[in-house]
Design a protein around this ligand. Sequence first.
Ligand code: EPU
Length: 337
Amino acid sequence: MTIHSNFSLKKYNTFGIEAKARQFVAAHSVDELKTILHENKTETKFILGGGSNMLLTKNIDALVIHIDLKGKKIIKEDDDFVWVKSMAGENWHEFVLWTIDQNLGGLENMSLIPGNVGTTPVQNIGAYGTEIKDTFVSCEAMTIATQEMKTFSKEDCHFGYRESVFKHEAKNQFIITSVVFKLTKRNHKINISYGDITKELEKQNVITPTLKDVSNAVIAIRQSKLPDPKELGNSGSFFKNPIISKVAFEKIHALHPEMPHYVISETEVKVPAGWLIEKAGFKGKRFGDAGIHKNQALVLVNYGKATGQEILNVSKDIQATILKEFGIAIEAEVNVI
Ligand code: EPU
């Protein structure tokens, strides 16, 4: 294991931002991770997974530890279910495809989400009507201070919409090393209720969709709306969809009856930030090398040489405009460093 100094993180963040780590090391095994943490007890540390949900606005004055733990296997099965364990450094999409190839159901709606398996519980990733919490069983994590291993059950994780204990009480204290999912072997619960999937399957003339069909439909939809980070730097949805009071919603709805919305409870309504941003005129706009994606206003993009600060400024401009025009405060989903 080599510790690099003044190391470029451009290839390690999907926004493709040029920022430097004072020191950088990759951990390829749990033992290696333990040694790194033990030998660098007093050092400031920064844990880096797939780099798909962060905006680097400055150099990182710390030892950056890249979690590169690989491996995936079936650990248990019964007549109906399979328990699959994946190490944290596995690429999420490749892991999803591996489960689908074995006809294991539960992750297909989350095909093509960028990032690594280990960071999926942190923000309870989700797409097209499914969230990680629906199949999550547990995860193992190393305590940064003591290197002790701890298992988090689903209850321990306190999952919410793009939320978990790892963003709150457990923040900066643990490194997730592996995750276990419980997937179906048969009687798959195919979930195509999310409008776009049904439309896409109809387009492909699929009547009784398999897991692979659903995955392919999701891939097609995502590819049509969301930029590929390899071609255009981005971090998926930059903002969360805001949840507002029914009273506030009714005022806006009276002015914009076409606004899409999802009723959350008797008192709360979720509205799509992408719609608000488009309505405010930002969709497809470019400010230098920072911009708002032309097909999905929720996604901010780096056309090449944007700095993290430039992208952050665009995001602040959007937030201020949405607050002024709609009275809604939209919150970043990505971690701004
Ligand atoms: N919309 C617009 N203009 C836009 C974007 C969206 O009017 O530029 C409208 C759409 O027409 C639709 C509604 O907003 O009526 C919702 O749009 P969409 O279905 O594309 O989903 P989203 O709310 O924009 C969320 C997730 C995505 C996930 C999709 C599909 C969040 C923050 N984002 O986006 O997750 O892929 O649903 O389930 O919840 C991610 O987190 O990185 C991500 C891509």
